[in-house]
Design a protein around this ligand. Sequence first.
Ligand code: PLP
Length: 225
Amino acid sequence: MSVERNLADIQQNIRQACESCDRSPEDISIIAVTKYVSIERAKEALEAGIKDLGENRMKGFLDKFEAIGGDADWHFIGSLQSRKVKDIIDHIHMLHSLDRKSLAKEIQKRASKKIECFVQVNVSGEESKHGVALDDAEAFIEALEAYDRIEVAGLMTMAPHIDDEEELRGVFRKLRALRDKVRDRSLPHAPCKYLSMGMSNDYVIAIEEGATHIRIGTALVGQES
Ligand SMILES: *Cc1c(COP(=O)(O)O)cnc(C)c1O
């Protein structure tokens, strides 16, 4: 299936989801996650009108960035090793995986300008998942005030791989409640307006629960490997 066709289907679903909860589709950013596909396929996403591309691994990011560069706005969505920060930090538009102080420190040291970051929160508490624990997130965000190269643009989570819709909604709602709470404090370093949540299998639910940035791989560009 062409990216263009997939995108049309996804946009249709977004419109419906937005209608059902009285939101505007313009408030939803689609990030095409290209980690499973070639550079060519990533370019096809750009041709279809996508501007935001996401990668979760260093090699995938650097390969694609080298080929595509400034034609896209780059999102790093995977866990980031501190020693790799210097290789990517000035190339990315947003980091979705800020989850520890040592990483914040390294960003502070290496970034030549302020960077918008999502704090990744492990809402579901699964051990396999990265992210700050829900109960620790607010204190972590407060502590980020010490790093003026970091702006807390929002919160990110990965929902568990389950079919239970109510449980999924519960995860998204908890992240949204935390976002609302932090946003309403109007901390200068943490406007915290955005919610990065929702992937191929759960983006409709995520939008209904307030997602502003959805990260879609399989349903948009497919999987080649
Ligand atoms: C792979 C990945 C996605 C996209 O997953 P799909 O299910 O293929 O849409 C989104 N977010 C993160 C952090 C990922 O690693």
